[in-house]
Every structure is written in C-alpha cells, then in structure tokens.
Design a protein around this ligand. Structure first.
Ligand code: FAD
Length: 462
C-alpha cells in the first residue's frame, strides 16, 4: 500500500493541474484516472478536439470565401472527413501525451483505473487501497440529456459523438443554443450540413450580454444556421438513418416536427461523481448534484477537497485549472485564491465571442451607474484587412470611478483580446488606464483601446 501526501481523482484540467502544482510544492502526489489517456473531458472530448475541428472548418470557409479575393486560386476545396478526424485525433494525442510527460517530469504516479474513497484518507483503485493525507476530487462532468431523448451516440449524439461522426451529415438538429451546441453546429454548417438549432429560451448563449447575443445570432444566421427559439423539445424518435424531433413552441403551445440525419443534444453538462462513494462518506452535495465545498475547496469531510466541473461555478477548463492550482496551494499551507469575478468565457466560433465581468443587464439589475465604451471592428484596419470587420468591443466602466466592470467582445481573436481586460480588472484599472496604454498598430487590440477611449473623450477611428 502506497502512502501519499495527496491523491487527486481525475486527470482533467482541474485534476492534472492540481497534481502538478502539488508535486511542484514538494508533496508526494498520485493522480487516479479511469480513462485510457490523461487530460479529461477537455483534452479528449471537449475543448481541444472541438477547437481542432473549428480550425479546420474555418480554413475551409476561408478557402471557399476569401482565397480568390486575395488572389489565391486553389480550386474548389474538398473535404476529406476521415483525414480531418485523423488530424483532430493527432491533436488530442499530442496533448494527452504532453500531460503524461509532465506527470513523469514531476514524479506524479498515475494510478490507472477508477478510484473510490472507502474512508477519509484512503483511495481504492482496483484491489489496491492507497493512503493519502489529502484527497482532491476532480471527477468532472458528463453530458446531460432531456426526458424523452435517448442518446445512442450514432444518430442522437452528445458532443462526444458529434466529434467523431462517421460522415458529415446532410442535416443536423442541435438541441440547445449554448456554447457547445453553437461551436459544433457552426463546424458542421461550414462543412455543408444544414443545421437547425432548437432553443428553449428566447435568446442564445444565456447569461451573455444582450447586445452580443443579438449580434452573434445574426452572424450565425448569415452563416447558414437556422434558429427556432422558445421551443421545448418533447421527444426524439429514431429510425434506421434519421431522427424526428418533436417540439412545442412556448408562445402558443403548437406542436412541430423536424427531421435530421443527426441530432446533437447540447443541453448542458452535469457533475460526475458516480462510484466515488460520497454518500457513504457523508460528503455534502448541492441540490444540483455538485459537491459542496467551502471557500478553500474543502468538502464537508476534512481532508477531502473538490474542484472543477464537479463543484459549483462555470464549467470551464480554466476555472478548473485555477481551482486546481489554488487548492494545491491551500493543501501546501499557502494562500490559494481564485477571483471568480474575473473568469473569462469564450466561444470559439468565427467570429469569436468573449466576455468577462458584469453584463449591462446585470449592472442595470444592480442599479449601478455605468458607462459604455463601444467600438466596431469596422474601424480597425487589421480586422478589415482579414475580412473580420464584423463585431465590436464593448467595455463597461463605473460612471464615477471609471473602474472597468466588464467587457464583451465579438470579433476577431476575441478570446485573446479579452485577457488584457482581465489583467486590467485584476489590477483594478480604469478605462482611462487602458486608453492611455500604447497599443501596437495594426492589431485587433487597438479596438479594445478605442472602446476604452469611448468611455472617455471618444474613440479616434469612428
Ligand atoms: P474533466 O475534464 O471532466 O475530467 C475529469 C476526469 O476525471 C475524467 O477524465 C474522468 O475520466 C475522470 N474520473 C472521473 N471519476 C473518476 C474516478 N472515480 N476515478 C478515476 N477517474 C475518474 N471549457 C473551456 O474552458 N473552453 C472550451 O473551449 C471548452 N470546450 C468544450 C467543448 C466541449 C465539446 C465540451 C464537452 C466541453 C468543453 N469545455 C470547455 C468544458 C471543459 O472541458 C470542462 O470544463 C473541463 O474539462 C472540466 O475539467 P475537470 O478537470 O473538472 O473535469
């Protein structure tokens, strides 16, 4: 029986980062993973493969729509789907092997198999029971479905099945207009699939800034995605090669049907804690099935911590990673901290959408006095040069103190641009601080500065 300072259960971005930080801080560490490869949802069936397919399908879009304008005559591009999947798999492979290398480098033991916690201080993997002074649960999440919808991962798929369809379907219904549904929906729309999105709410990407939601939906429509909003899916019936989705419109209760070769159920994810033995241990859970923790990620059982998708908060890889690092630091006796007010959210469609801090709707609800600085990418020379003038940067700042309260970007490289605003917010910066910072020309980030200028005396290029 091996003895450890820390055993981490789950090697997703929360777990593997926690394990690496524990080891770096001098703690004898092991990480249990039941999957064949390290990296969790993110590297195997989430962030990384979806971004590979988004990249490949965006290149196709560029070749079809913009190459000829730039004098690049390559003929009509053809999709070799098998090769695209092979490319995606090689990206996964490179990344998961990278984590294996980091585990070896940091002398972390990978305990292969599914772990459970028979008692505080003990982790069982297969027949072996290991002792650990501290346990970090980073067991992540799995896709959730709807009543009346049975997933077969062939015709009715979750994001996992959608990342490895045997062929590009002619038609696809996406249930749920959240981040995952829209990212994968836009991949298939670019590859030529007729994509119809059915959403229960009246807006896409719930929780995002309202102006961004509208602009984003308009752009996606232009790219060929069709939307049915305010629709509650009743059931999905499958035959040999297609599925029929029945939904009711909430406004008049009328019932409708739509058929497609593939149905992607993208209605969210739920925490995964099966088989850990948490009930017997007395670990408190929330009513949404998440593990309840205190401000230092400790559960109701001393010495057992939890992080990432398995606990409350946004289900994002970087949130899990930050918690992993902070939790390791707490265990090592340091002051681990996560600022939940400054966690960016990004949608990697084209254009990208990125958001941090408060939305205008939230500020209104809080009754706070604020100002808006907005700048369109149409006024950004670099964006126009690369066919990406659609979209804007919207900065929200306190009316009296000028302190930045939030930012919402839709446009080129939004997912990278958002970080200068995250850093500014961490430093408690004002919009003027950003406006007074010299930004290189020609870059997309000039649009961020212009939005900051728009919070003061006004932008230059609009
Ligand atoms: P996970 O990554 O889910 O890892 C948990 C691991 O624990 C799994 O490997 C599982 O096998 C293992 N495990 C569970 N129980 C046990 C056990 N008892 N014993 C052993 N092992 C166990 N987030 C972003 O920030 N950006 C994105 O672009 C993004 N894109 C996404 C795209 C898709 C299609 C999906 C599905 C998700 C995406 N996400 C994205 C979300 C992101 O993947 C998750 O937020 C993140 O992976 C959560 O990390 P985690 O470490 O908490 O859990």
């Amino acid at each position: 029986m091996a003895q450890y300072d820390v055993i981490v259960i789950g090697a997703g971005p929360g777990g593997y980062v926690a394990a690496i930080r524990c080891a770096q801080l001098g703690l004898k560490t092991a990480c249990v993973e039941g999957r064949e490869t390290l990296g969790g949802t993110c590297l195997n069936v989430g962030c990384i493969p979806s971004k590979a397919l988004l990249h490949a399908s965006h290149q196709l879009h560029e070749a079809e729509h913009n190459f000829a304008t730039m004098g690049l005559n390559v003929g009509k591009p053809k999709v070799d789907w098998k090769q695209m999947l092979a490319y995606k798999d090689s990206v996964i492979d490179g990344n998961t092997k990278g984590i294996e290398f980091l585990f070896k480098k940091n002398k972390i033991d990978w305990l292969k198999g599914w772990g459970s916690i028979p008692a505080a201080g003990k982790v069982q993997v297969g027949d072996e029971v290991h002792e650990a002074k501290n346990i970090i649960i980073a067991s992540g999440s799995v896709p959730s479905s709807l009543p009346g919808v049975e997933i077969d991962e062939k015709i009715v798929v979750t994001s996992t099945g959608a990342l490895e369809l045997p062929k590009v379907p002619k038609s696809m219904v996406v249930i749920g207009a959240g981040v995952i549904g829209l990212e994968l929906g836009s991949v298939y729309a670019r590859l030529g699939t007729e994509v119809k999105v059915i959403e229960f709410l009246d807006v896409i990407t719930p929780g995002m800034d309202g102006e961004v939601q509208k602009t984003f939906q308009r752009m996606l429509k232009k790219q060929g995605l069709e939307f049915t909003m305010g629709a509650a899916v009743q059931k999905v019936e499958t035959s040999k090669s297609k599925a029929k989705v029945t939904y009711k419109l909430r406004k008049d209760d009328s019932e409708h049907e739509v058929e497609a070769e593939t149905v992607l159920v993208a209605t969210g994810r739920k925490p995964y804690t099966d088989g850990l033995g948490l009930t017997a241990l007395g670990v408190e859970m929330t009513d949404r099935g998440q593990i309840r923790t205190d401000a230092h990620w400790q559960t109701s059982v001393k010495g057992i911590y939890a992080i990432g998708d398995a606990i409350t908060g946004p289900m994002l890889a970087h949130k899990a990673e930050d918690e992993g690092m902070a939790c390791a630091e707490v265990i090592a006796g340091k002051a681990g901290h996560v600022n939940y007010g400054v966690i960016p959210g990004v949608i990697y469609t084209h254009p990208e959408v990125a958001t941090v801090g408060l939305t205008e709707e939230q500020l209104k609800e809080e009754g706070r006095a604020y100002k808006v600085g907005k700048f369109s990418f149409m006024g950004n020379g670099r964006a126009k040069a690369v066919f990406a003038g659609d979209g804007f940067v919207k900065l929200l700042a306190d009316k009296d103190t000028d302190r930045i309260l939030g930012a919402h970007i839709i446009g080129p490289a939004a997912g990278d641009l958002i970080h200068e605003i995250c850093v500014a917010m961490e430093f408690g910066a004002s919009a003027e601080d950003l406006a007074l910072t010299c930004h290189a020309h020609p870059t997309f980030s000039e649009a961020v500065r212009e939005a900051a200028l728009a919070c003061g005396d006004g932008p230059i290029h609009s």
